[in-house]
Design a protein around this ligand. Structure first.
Ligand code: TYD
Ligand code: MG
Length: 456
């Protein structure tokens, strides 16, 4: 029987199969299988034992491993350092994903500028743009006084040679989808190319101690094109988020072997590249309406940092039989659930009302700690009575109408007080976690009914 010359890969998760399938058994995505030729050459690891130079497996005692060498390097932007877990770890492989045009090349070029000006050897390899184009971007950002080396190259074996020759400490690969290895017959950007190229770069990173930043494009579904597989191979996965029509951008750590995940860095796109936003709460709340009904400020934890956000709800009488509900920035089903809790446990007849809930500033929040703020915003919108703009609200809402505790209430209250809020409405269960000095500005609630009664 003839041997198969092609295999099928899932573009989402890299699942491999001999035949095409409508749904991937690995990640359950539909219609993601693509056909690719089988690799002809043997994988590198199957080199015969005798032919290997001098590598031998050995063991080391954990207490003998020296950490002093692997000091983190600052990227020059404290927001990015924080997302990375405290700076760039030498020898790590970092994937930076995001929509086209969101600023991936821009931020990495800025990092390169800072690093090269502070004595770190940097090599920026662009597979998408010519050297002139990179220079044009650099000119927009201002002066480059360091010794930043550029290359425009897509063949990975050439790049490998270049890295071995130049011995940079940090290398940027912009982008992984444009790189290819000659021994793999499928096109650049395909699952096997991206996977094998990343593998090669991983070996370079680990053996030579080079930090490699990979730029990855995101598909419509919001994953790096093709290779979710990539996420398993790299040390750190950062995603660039944000509306391209708005000026600010978020970098979120989705995976980090060297730090906390869900850490968020906030940046603003300006005429001279990206600028850090050091006080994002102020930024998110700017332009807040004064004493408007349906507007409530809440505090969410983004990684280790508290962030104040405004939740808005518009509640209006339904004109047709079926009430309309929409949500922006929050899970739609969660909003429906909270509306049901308000109807049942607090007795507000929201079934006769349309409800629109929005988190301003374009943030997306999945933390249940904003439940109570949504409930208060809906109730305030329904009663048409504003919640004082000196108040922040947080807490999780249960189906029985009870208000449940949330993580790190102390930090949230402190942040709110720091920013000039005088009153916090929060779960009774959090009382023991609040400093005595701050108790005066706290109002503890146990049920949705109690919380809604505070709006009058
Ligand atoms: P870019 O870094 O090229 O995006 P990516 O590499 O993620 O595809 O970002 C390009 C966008 O950023 C482009 O729309 C122009 C804008 N921009 C500025 O607004 N100011 C600047 O100083 C620079 C360099 C880019
Ligand atoms: Mg780019």
């Amino acid at each position: 029987m003839a041997k198969n010359t092609t295999v099928f890969f899932c573009r989402e998760c890299g699942f491999e199969s001999a035949k095409w399938m409508g749904q991937c058994p690995g990640c359950h995505a539909w219609n993601t299988f693509t056909e690719e030729p089988v690799r002809k050459s043997a994988p590198a690891s199957s080199v015969k034992r005798e032919q290997r130079p001098f590598r031998q497996a050995r063991t080391v005692l954990i207490r003998d491993i020296d950490l002093s060498e692997s000091k983190r390097i600052s990227s020059g932007m404290s927001e990015l350092d924080r997302v990375l877990g405290g700076g760039i770890v030498p020898g790590s492989l970092v994937l930076l994903g995001g929509d086209p045009g969101i600023g991936k090349s821009t931020i990495l070029l800025q990092v390169c500028r800072y690093l090269s000006e502070h004595g770190t050897k940097v090599l920026y390899i662009s597979g998408e743009e010519s050297l002139q184009q990179v220079k044009m971007r650099a000119v927009r950002m201002g002066e480059f006084s360091g010794e930043l080396k550029l290359a425009s190259e897509t063949d990975l074996s050439d790049i490998e040679e270049l890295i071995r020759e130049e011995k940079p400490e940090v290398t940027i690969i912009d982008s992984i989808q444009t790189m290819y290895r000659e021994d793999i017959s499928s096109a650049p950007g395909s699952v096997s190319q991206v996977r094998e190229c990343t593998n090669t770069l991983l070996q370079i990173a680990k053996q030579d101690g080079v930090t490699v930043f990979l730029v990855g494009h995101v598909t419509k579904e919001g994953t790096v094109a093709g290779p979710r597989v990539l996420e398993h191979m790299v040390d750190t996965v950062l995603y660039f988020e944000g509306d391209r029509s708005m000026d600010y951008r978020l970098i979120r750590a989705v995976k980090n072997r060297f730090g906390a995940t869900n850490e968020v860095g906030v940046f603003e796109m300006t005429g001279e590249g990206l600028k850090e936003v050091l006080n994002p709460s102020d930024y998110m709340l700017s332009g807040r309406p004064e004493q408007a009904s349906g507007s409530v400020v809440t505090c969410v934890m983004e990684g280790t940092r508290p962030l104040l956000l405004e939740i808005q709800a518009l509640v209006s009488k339904t004109n047709f039989g079926l009430p309309r509900r929409t949500s922006v920035g929050i899970d739609y089903n969660r909003v429906n659930l909270l509306i049901a809790v308000i109807e049942k446990r607090a007795g507000l007849p929201l079934y006769e009302y349309d409800a629109y809930v929005n988190i301003t500033g374009g943030m997306r929040v999945s933390e249940p700690g904003i439940d109570l703020a949504i409930v208060m915003a809906l109730a305030s919108g329904y009663k048409d009575v504003p919640v004082s703009d000196q108040v922040i609200v947080f807490g999780e809402v249960g189906l029985a109408g009870e208000i449940r505790g949330v993580a790190q209430p102390g930090i949230r209250v402190r942040e709110a007080v720091k920013l000039g809020y005088t009153r916090c409405i929060l779960p009774e269960a959090c009382r023991k976690n609040i400093d005595r000095s701050l108790l005066g500005s706290c109002v503890f609630v146990k049920t949705v009914r109690e919380a809604i009664a505070l709006i009058r």
